[in-house]
Design a binder for this molecule. Structure first.
Ligand code: SF4
Length: 329
């Protein structure tokens, strides 16, 4: 049987894995045995799965595989940052970065698409255009590659990847089901066992998809706002023309309300010199977010070729930040 026709078990949620074993006439408890090998121990060779019979291993080799994205480049810095360039089916490449936050926490920034169709004016991914959605195996495969780089996880308290943010290439809510399945695996104890507060979906504001998240998942939410009014946001984040700020914030509030456990939303704001970093912008932002339960993540713009935007001066960044701090953010 050719590789293409084999089922890639890497991206299957627990219920999908159980359905797979049902479909081949095997007991359902095999699902969690397999998941433990794949996600806890990082094993991709059925022959190493020693608690499965030889007959089952041979059968699995015929019809299934555990295939993560191919690592084409990796860079492990002394400060603990780990970066991978991964090749996915069709030959395109995506980037995944693991960033140490402190001694105990490391955040993995995960991609959901190759390229992106939303064309935010300050984003280099948007300028590449959209190629395709990633599959669940390619999304969870990024967590798998990162965790595997530390060896097998034998101790449930010792997790190399402690936080995930869906904030790499692509708009995760434009690839809804594969992203939901992947996040289910991140939270599942048979997968990566991460807390729902430590998995964050970052969106530019696909309002109908945020509505679909209600009742489907309870991960943390981050909004790429980047502007304090619709006029400017229409320019920076074109999807705002379809779903303006008021509608977006109301929908986020509804999502927060259903979680019911005092959680706030993260507002991401990329500071671009002379565009959205002026005193009037911070005043408008404070007014806009009054009464809205959130924390604000300021990101100085990172210049890239063929783009005229500039990073603000350190003074301008501090002025903006201090105004927010004075307003109790
Ligand atoms: Fe870039 Fe995200 Fe906008 Fe897509 S949605 S263009 S990835 S900032």
């Amino acid at each position: 049987m050719s590789t293409q026709t084999k089922t890639n078990l890497l991206g299957l949620t627990k219920s999908q894995m159980e359905a797979f074993f049902d479909s081949i006439g095997e007991k359902r408890f095999r699902a969690t045995q397999l998941m433990k090998w794949i996600h806890h121990y990082g094993v991709d060779d059925f022959d190493e799965m020693t608690n499965l019979s030889k007959v089952l291993r041979a059968k699995l080799k015929e019809i299934a595989e555990v295939r993560g994205p191919e690592v084409v480049y990796k860079d492990f810095s002394d400060d603990g940052t780990r970066k991978w360039v991964l090749k996915v089916d069709g030959g395109s490449c995506i980037e995944t970065v693991l960033i140490p936050m402190d001694d105990k926490r490391r955040t993995l920034c995960v991609s959901s698409q190759v390229g992106c169709s939303l064309d935010c004016s300050f984003c280099s991914t948007g300028k590449q255009g959209f190629q395709r959605n990633l599959t669940p195996a390619e999304i969870i495969g990024q967590v798998w590659v990162a965790q595997r780089s530390y060896g097998p996880r034998t101790d449930s308290a010792n997790r190399p990847v402690t936080n995930v943010v869906m904030m790499g290439m692509g708009e995760p809510l434009m690839n809804f089901e594969p992203v939901m399945d992947s996040m289910e695996l991140m939270l599942d104890d048979w997968g990566y066992g991460l807390s729902k507060r430590r998995v964050t979906l970052s969106t530019s504001g696909v309002v109908p998809a945020i509505e679909k998240m209600i009742g489907r998942t309870d991960v943390a939410l981050a909004i790429s706002l980047h502007a304090p009014n619709d006029e400017l946001r229409n320019e920076l984040v074109p999807i705002n023309r379809k779903y303006p700020i008021k509608q977006l914030l109301e929908t986020c509030n509804r999502y927060l309300d259903t979680l019911g456990d005092n959680r706030s939303i993260t507002i991401e704001y990329t500071l671009i010199a002379g565009v959205n970093d002026q005193p009037e912008h911070v005043r408008q932002l404070i007014k806009l977010l009054r009464g809205f339960d959130c924390k604000i993540n300021l990101i100085p713009f990172n210049p890239f070729p063929n783009n005229d935007y500039r990073r603000p001066s350190r003074n301008a960044i501090m002025r903006f930040q201090n105004a927010l701090i004075d307003a109790n953010y």
